[in-house]
Design a protein around this ligand. Structure first.
Ligand SMILES: NC(=O)c1ccc[n+]([C@@H]2O[C@H](COP(=O)([O-])OP(=O)(O)OC[C@H]3O[C@@H](n4cnc5c(N)ncnc54)[C@H](O)[C@@H]3O)[C@@H](O)[C@H]2O)c1
Length: 427
């Protein structure tokens, strides 16, 4: 394997003096991550990552820091960069470098060139494994850094959008190593996407606007795992929830769960708050801005900042009042209506709040940690392409989380096990 590593504790962060504060917050998150903590303790004893270099492109938050600590305890050499310029917590980045000795390249609100420079810096590490959240690192690796491909054994992808991009790469024959779709485990998307995005998206909207949701009309675009979470939590806060969808089954599900379902052109006229969570582009467009109410708020919780057509919004506005509140920009249209955009259209829960609660990331990142451990031994036997996480890892994370929550469940009796494995018994 070629050793193209240039440095180990290289870093680029905003402010080293924030390290002590960052460490306190990382330890606070750890208190809600009992499964990952157990895994870290096991890794510290068994050292499954000895000699393994990992380049990770993830949201640089306190929860990610705890994942990095677990991998480091297992012997991994890590280079971390941010998967979104707005989600980086500068104190966490400082603590990773100065308290934990983890090579980190992340500054909050860095521009596009800086963002890609950081991805390249993390890749300079010469990884054997890659962790991605949105597929930007894997994409750069296959386009600009092909000299490193021979050294990469495999990796993990954390989010729905990244998994979709990886499937496209695999279909085009472009992906040169196995990538494991951690997003697709039950213990990730059923909880992180649903309960995590549901709660933290509303948290971000409250922090940015202090709006009252009770009695308002909230329009949720997309009724996938994230959209369901956002819809359920909004309903729980007293909002009238309208769902928009392009998939008939999802739309039917939303209808039977008691939500109104409308095309966006109708929903646009009545919404007070719009939340996009589709993973698709141009979900809110010019024709929708034309008919929205004065004071309408929009937030995106899908992976990329393309769900709201910002170019058209900029072009339609006669004035823009930036940062009238934290992460809130006001666009004034020619007829005087004011439209409020949160977190520049980027992932609102990470841009205007702290991302998902640690208790939910405990499961997603335990999936990541156990998958990375399994990949050390399994990668050579896997073909290039997108693979599922082995079911035993998913079940193990659920079992450990239940145990940590003090919840016990039943086990099959021998007669039940026999019954479920037979076909002879009928009515
Ligand atoms: N904010 C976060 O922290 C966070 C967490 C997890 C996932 N995500 C991202 O959120 C997005 C959605 O993830 P998911 O797991 O819910 O995906 P999903 O595939 O389960 O759901 C997406 C839904 O959007 C619908 N959709 C697509 N185009 C649409 C359109 N034009 N109008 C209305 N609906 C449309 C699809 O039919 C689907 O039901 C992805 O980009 C994912 O990466 C964000």
């Amino acid at each position: 394997m070629t050793d193209v590593r240039r440095h180990t504790i290289a870093h680029d962060i905003a402010d080293a003096t924030l390290a002590a504060q960052g460490k306190l917050r990382i330890e606070w998150a750890e208190r809600s991550m009992p499964v990952l903590r157990q895994i870290r303790e096991r890794f510290a004893a068994s050292k499954p990552f000895t000699g393994v270099r990992i380049s990770a492109c993830m949201h640089v938050t306190t929860e990610t820091a705890n994942l990095m600590r677990a991998l480091q305890a297992g012997g991994a050499e890590i280079a971390l960069c941010a998967s979104n310029p707005l989600s980086t917590q500068d104190d966490t980045a400082a603590a990773l470098v100065h308290e934990y000795g983890i090579s980190t390249f992340a500054r909050n609100a860095i521009d596009r060139d800086g963002y890609y420079a950081h991805i390249n810096a993390a890749l300079d590490h010469g990884p054997h494994q890659v962790f991605d959240d949105g597929c930007d690192l894997v994409s750069v690796l296959h386009s600009e850094r092909r000299e490193l491909l021979a050294g990469v054994k495999g990796g993990c992808e954390e989010t729905t959008t990244g998994v979709i991009r990886l499937h496209q790469m695999a279909k085009d024959g472009a992906l040169t190593f196995p990538m494991i779709a951690v997003n697709d485990t039950d213990t990730k998307h059923m909880f992180d996407n649903r309960y995590g995005t549901g709660q933290s998206t509303l948290d971000a909207i409250f922090r940015a606007t202090n709006t009252l949701l009770a009695g308002k009309t909230v329009v949720v675009a997309g009724f996938g795992y994230c959209g369901q979470g956002v819809s359920e939590r909004s309903k729980g806060m007293g909002a009238h929830v309208v769902v928009t969808e392009i998939d008939p089954t999802k739309a039917l599900d939303a209808t039977m769960q008691g939500f109104s379902v409308l095309p966006m052109e109708e929903a646009a006229k009545i919404g007070d708050v719009f939340i996009t969570v589709t993973g698709n582009r141009d979900v809110l467009r010019g024709e929708h801005f034309e008919v929205m109410k004065d004071g309408a708020i929009f937030a995106n919780s899908g992976h990329f900042d393309i769900e709201i057509d910002l170019k058209t919004l900029e072009a339609m506005a006669v004035a823009k009042n930036e940062k009238i509140r934290h992460q809130t920009d006001e666009y004034v249209l020619a007829d005087g209506r004011r439209l409020l955009l949160l977190a520049e259209g980027r992932l609102v829960n990470l841009g205007a709040a702290e991302g998902h609660p640690a208790a939910v990331m405990d499961m997603s990142f335990s999936d990541q940690a156990l998958t990375a451990e399994w990949l050390v031994g399994a990668a050579d036997g896997l073909a290039p392409g997108v693979h599922e996480v082995p079911t035993h890892i998913d079940k193990e994370v659920a079992r450990l989380k239940l145990a940590a929550m003090g919840v016990a469940i039943d086990t099959l009796t021998p007669a039940q096990e026999k019954y479920l494995n037979s076909w002879e018994h009928g009515s």
